[in-house]
Design a protein around this ligand. Structure first.
Ligand SMILES: [Zn+2]
Length: 300
């Protein structure tokens, strides 16, 4: 992507944007390029969202010349923050904005996932709504794919629309190599492979044969990067009493894992089929079908 030095700033030290970014509680925001704010095209529609729009825009861009009395200054100040937030949500899904937010993500500026099995995974801010005044900002963990409330109340009251519902997912679409692996870096007692999970489930015996029966398919998948191999490496915590899984949870987990294994097999077959189809377009589906054990057909 573009060359980007994170310390360079478009703004003077005493500018409104520099003051805003330096204020405690605004650590999640990145600096929106001055060019971006000054381009009216990027602000389309915001004049209906923001009151005192011309004055608020002038304040953000340090072009405000009129002296305001205290009460209208407060109103304009509030609207300037709203304006900057809404522009920010648009900016961070541009290539320059994504690059700036990626640097913040690498520094874990947004905090780390509190879930133990996420191993301190860095988080990204996300809005649950793109409309302001609906929901406060939440933090998305790309490892467990869940969202969390910020630890600090200063961050917990920031409007989610200042980040938007698209941002973290757009970032991983543009930088797919930044997606964390689902598998642990060291051997983990919580990791249950697909086959051991179904052995515990008992009923879904056919899944043990799936990898060999499906033959060249999954084995041919490059470097375990397939969807099914990623799915089978997910760790989960199991409640135990004196080492034994608790009955109700274990029952639910067995059911969930049977569902998961059935889905993994569907994915493996789909991946095998597409691999076969691309290898030999004529023989594709016909050759793939008999390789699937009869028992698996019932899982569809
Ligand atoms: Zn997590």
């Amino acid at each position: 992507m573009e060359e980007l030095s994170s310390n360079s700033s478009d703004y003077a030290a005493n500018s409104w944007v520099t003051w805003f970014l330096g204020t405690k509680g605004n650590e999640y925001f990145c600096e929106v390029d001055e060019d971006y704010i000054l381009d009216r095209f990027n602000l389309t529609g915001l004049n209906t969202e923001v009151q005192h729009y011309p004055a608020a825009l002038d304040l953000v861009t340090d072009a405000l010349e009129d002296e305001l009395d205290d009460s209208s200054r407060d109103a304009v100040e509030n609207q300037a923050r709203l304006l900057y937030g809404l522009v920010h949500a648009r900016y961070i899904i541009t290539s320059r904005g994504l690059a700036k937010m990626l640097e913040k993500y690498k520094r874990a500026d947004f905090g780390r996932c509190p879930r133990v099995l996420c191993y301190q995974q860095a988080l990204l801010p996300v809005g649950l709504s793109d409309v302001p005044f609906q929901k406060a900002v939440k933090l998305f963990c790309p490892r467990c794919e869940d969202i969390y409330s910020p630890k600090s109340s200063r961050h917990g009251t920031i409007d989610g629309a200042f980040f938007g519902s698209t941002f973290p997912h757009m970032l991983f679409m543009v930088y797919p190599h930044m997606l964390p692996s689902k598998s642990p870096t060291s051997p983990s007692p919580f990791l249950l492979s697909s086959t051991s999970a179904s052995a515990g489930a008992g009923g879904v015996g056919a899944s043990d044969e799936a990898p060999s029966a499906a033959g060249a398919g999954p084995a041919g998948a490059p470097g375990g990067g397939s969807t099914s191999s990623a799915a089978s490496k997910v760790e989960r915590y199991r409640p135990r009493i004196f080492g034994f899984p608790t009955h109700e949870t274990a029952k639910l987990h067995r059911w969930q894992e049977a569902q998961r294994d059935a889905q993994i097999e569907r994915l493996e077959r789909a991946e095998a089929r597409s691999a076969l189809a691309s290898a030999a377009p004529g023989a594709g589906v016909g050759a793939g079908a008999p390789a699937v054990p009869v028992g698996l057909a019932a899982l569809d």
